[in-house]
Write a protein that binds this ligand. Structure first.
Ligand code: FES
Ligand code: FES
Length: 207
């Protein structure tokens, strides 16, 4: 018959630590910690219940797309993972790099920082929606002409941001372009060429 006090090394150390912790807490005037069972708190039910989902309709580049998403899903993930629209890139996923920039009703938005359910019914424009057939958008043409990219990871976000920057009237000078494009980072350091491309496109000088 096994001795109840003959604990394995692992069990022994675990019990010792818990007992020692309780003793320290009591000696220090603190009440020992107690742990309520998940059932008692209702947490078990919360953990096992399915996440809430919602039907969302996004008008992506002029086409109505329906998607069922959990309410926590970002617009970026809904576009990339659910709808196969991969122009917007996931760089930092926390609003710092701008690689995920899209237009929502014409306004530039970092799509990792908004939820798909918040954009229900809205018009989303990604880089895939800029060209008309074979005819590139002037900003796309300017980026090519000015060689304003290297690896290309940031480029779709840069282009979407540039389209909005020009439309907002924030491309009047190189300094202004730099300031209003500062939310879009380029790890390849193509900033001088990007500024030139935005300046060209703003002046209609991109051919
Ligand atoms: Fe959205 Fe970086 S991925 S800002
Ligand atoms: Fe490589 Fe911008 S072109 S990160």
């Amino acid at each position: 018959m096994s001795d109840p006090d003959a604990l394995s090394a692992d069990e022994h150390s675990r019990r010792s630590v818990l007992k020692a912790g309780a003793a320290v807490a009591t000696a220090g005037g603190m009440a020992p910690l107690t742990f309520a069972s998940p059932t008692a708190t209702g947490a078990e039910g919360a953990l096992s219940s399915p996440a809430s989902t919602a039907e969302v309709t996004l008008r992506v580049n002029g086409v109505k797309r329906h998607v069922t998403v959990e309410s926590r899903v970002t617009l970026l993930d809904a576009l990339r993972e659910r709808l196969g629209v991969t122009g917007p890139k996931k760089g930092c996923d926390r609003g710092e790099c701008g690689a995920c920039t899209v237009l929502v009703e014409g306004q530039r938005v970092k799509s990792c920082m908004t939820l798909a359910v918040m954009e229900d019914g809205r018009e989303i424009t990604t880089v895939e929606g800029l060209a008309h057939g074979d005819k590139l958008h002037p900003v796309q043409a300017a980026f090519i002409k000015r060689d304003a990219f290297q690896c290309g990871f940031c480029t779709s976000g840069q282009i979407m941001s540039a389209v909005a920057c020009i439309k907002e009237g924030h491309a009047g000078s190189d300094a202004e372009i730099r300031e209003w494009m500062s939310g879009n980072l380029c790890r390849c350091g193509c900033y001088p060429n990007i500024v030139e491309a935005v300046r060209d496109a703003a002046k209609g000088n991109n051919q």
